[in-house]
Design a protein around this ligand. Structure first.
Ligand SMILES: [Zn+2]
Ligand SMILES: [Zn+2]
Length: 283
């Protein structure tokens, strides 16, 4: 299992990768640029090389690249569609430049148009983005928590969004806080197996590229998304242990998304995960 964190941007990309390496990440995540902006900054070639070398040297796989939150793949609004397409293509291009990815994106909201039409729109948008992006760039649609008119929430919806595309190009990523919001009680011993079976009947287990492991302050099944650190949420370490114990997730990256308070904190939580992994799996 590859444990990691979402690393907030440091001085530059190289320093961001060095942070991930120094706290002991086996995988990690960064934002493609400003997570709440449309435009992506310029890429400095030396900084890019520093990032690529650091990631390769420390064998951190994958380096997930989270796309901006403003993107709505399912929008019916022409301007928002153009901006979303551009922003996602930029994120894909950035990920390819950094030899990183998959790019993680939220599917978006139907805003009253209904999930069916919205999913058709999302599929069309993904098809165009893939066409415009470098061939090495890959995408992962993150399952939602089910707030408002969000799409890409149920495994059936996720399957409709990703299955028109080859699995090596478009995968899915699950977030434990979102799963909790949908009623998956991962504290229960058999919940992970049931979850992965359901996933397999939907988009397919083979599409899973990783998990965001966030605890949640929201109620189970509340369709509310309130990420929390593992000691501060309702799920607790039992849920985390159930994930680590799952044989199907043996090679999966598990990435904490909530920023740690300090470097020492991040180092400590990753070391504790590795200890948990050893205890459960032996070796
Ligand atoms: Zn996300
Ligand atoms: Zn997430």
């Amino acid at each position: 299992m590859r444990f990691g964190i979402h690393v907030p941007k440091q001085r530059n990309l190289t320093a961001t990768a060095e942070y991930a390496r120094d706290v002991g990440c086996g995988a990690f995540q960064i934002f493609s640029g400003n997570p709440v902006g449309w435009r992506i900054g310029r890429l400095d070639v030396l900084d890019r090389d520093g990032f690529v070398e650091t990631v390769r040297g420390a064998d951190m796989r994958p380096a997930l690249v989270h796309a901006p939150y403003l993107i709505n793949l399912a929008t019916g609004d022409r301007r928002l569609r153009r901006l979303s397409m551009r922003a996602l293509t930029d994120a894909m291009t950035r990920a390819a430049d950094l030899r990183a990815g998959p790019v993680v994106v939220h599917a978006g909201n139907h805003k009253g148009a209904g999930p069916r039409r919205a999913i058709e729109r999302a599929v069309r948008m993904i098809a165009r983005v893939l066409k415009q992006s470098p061939p090495a760039a890959t995408l992962a649609v993150e399952g939602g928590a089910g707030k408002g008119t969000e799409i890409g929430v149920t495994f059936e919806e996720l399957a409709s969004i990703v299955s028109p595309f080859p699995a090596r190009r478009v995968g899915v990523l699950l977030d434990t806080a979102h799963l909790w919001a949908l009623g998956w009680d991962l504290r229960k011993a058999d919940a992970v197996a049931a979850l992965l079976e359901a996933l397999d009947r939907g988009p397919g287990l083979g599409r899973l590229v990783g998990l965001h492991v966030n605890d949640s302050k929201a109620e189970l099944g509340s369709r509310r998304d309130k990420h929390a650190l593992w000691t501060e949420g309702r799920m607790g370490r039992r849920a985390l242990r159930n994930l680590v114990r799952s044989p199907e997730l043996e090679d999966m990256p598990l990435v904490f998304e909530i920023p740690g308070k300090t470097r020492e904190f991040d180092r400590g939580r990753l070391a504790s995960m590795r200890r948990m992994g050893k205890r459960i799996r032996g070796g």
